[in-house]
Design a binder for this molecule. Structure first.
Ligand code: NAP
Length: 272
């Protein structure tokens, strides 16, 4: 097997951790990165190289790429997976918090692309795998900053894909549906905190109850996304977009096919 050097961001839990485990099992050289390195001791035991990384810091991100290049001499695959949900009504989320959302989900992802591209261009090969979301295809109340960040990731991935193909670099977008991880708990905690005592609190409570139900009973395990990322990282002709996880096909289709008023009516009824 052709062993690859792979950097995975957001590897301390959920999709990033599962992807690290799968790619290690397949014999690749895996650099697993996140802020909470103490949560990656298990990956270290499996053979992962652990990197402390905050994707919002230029210094931290360039040190991570420098370390990989110093140790391996090249980098084959970047999996831009780090992300979180800054949920809250647009009226309630401060500009600072909105900026933090984009700093991680969009500018952090773009920063790592910029850092690996010169090396991948030199190699005339490489893959950048961006974890977007089904949230990049539709809208829901209280998800303004998260959804717009994932719409932005879809746009960036598409533009980048066209720009770098002539250098032998492939850009692939992953669009998970509802996946079991820490994501939902963090997003709903942000929603409840920002909505407490405001006119949005009733809707926020309904939404967090439904999300908790979804996380417990409907969400797909992160291993399903890990399999798609592994295929995107290693198969000869990867697809441009991979989708998996509860709701990803149904919701994207419904948003494309239903009249917008009908689609809005469902979410307004559910979450406001
Ligand atoms: N779960 C879902 O239903 C779902 C659906 C669609 C898309 N997604 C996307 O999938 C990706 C992975 O999410 P997940 O479901 O696996 O959630 P998760 O379990 O909460 O994992 C998120 C990861 O991102 C990392 N992260 C957050 N902020 C960071 C920062 N500033 N610098 C570096 N790492 C940071 C976290 O690590 P540290 O806190 O240790 O840094 C953690 O490892 C995200 O982009 C998410 O938006 C998730």
């Amino acid at each position: 097997m052709d062993s690859k050097v792979i950097l995975i961001t957001g590897a301390s839990s959920g999709i990033g951790k599962s992807t690290s485990v799968l790619l290690l099992k397949k014999g690749h050289t895996v650099y697993s990165a996140a802020r909470r390195t103490e949560k990656m001791e298990d990956l270290k035991r499996e053979g992962a190289h652990i990197i402390k990384l905050d994707v919002t810091s230029e210094e931290s991100a360039s040190a991570a790429i420098r370390q990989i290049l110093d140790e391996q001499g090249h980098i084959d695959v970047l999996v831009n997976n780090a992300g979180f949900g800054q949920y809250g009504a647009i009226e309630n989320v401060s500009t600072d918090d909105a900026q933090k959302q984009f700093d991680v989900n969009v500018f952090g992802l773009a920063r790592l692309c910029r850092l690996v591209l010169p090396e991948m261009r030199k190699q005339k090969s490489g893959r950048i795998i961006n974890v977007g979301s089904m949230a990049g295809h539709f809208c829901e109340p209280h998800g303004g900053w998260y959804h717009s960040s994932k719409h932005a990731v879809a746009g960036l991935s598409g533009c980048l894909r066209q720009e770098v193909r002539k250098f032998g670099i492939k850009v692939i977008q992953i669009e998970p549906g509802e996946i079991r991880s820490e994501w939902s708990g963090i997003a709903m905690q942000n929603l409840c905190e920002s909505s407490a005592g405001t006119v949005y609190s009733k809707g926020a409570e309904k939404q967090s109850r439904l999300y908790a139900f979804g996380e417990k009973h409907l969400a797909t395990g992160p291993e399903a996304v890990a399999k798609k990322i592994a295929a995107a990282a290693t198969c000869r002709r990867p697809r441009l977009v991979y989708r998996t996880g509860f709701g990803c096909v149904g919701l994207s289709l419904a948003s494309a096919l239903l009249p917008r008023r009908w689609f809005d009516a469902i979410f307004i009824r559910l979450f406001t």
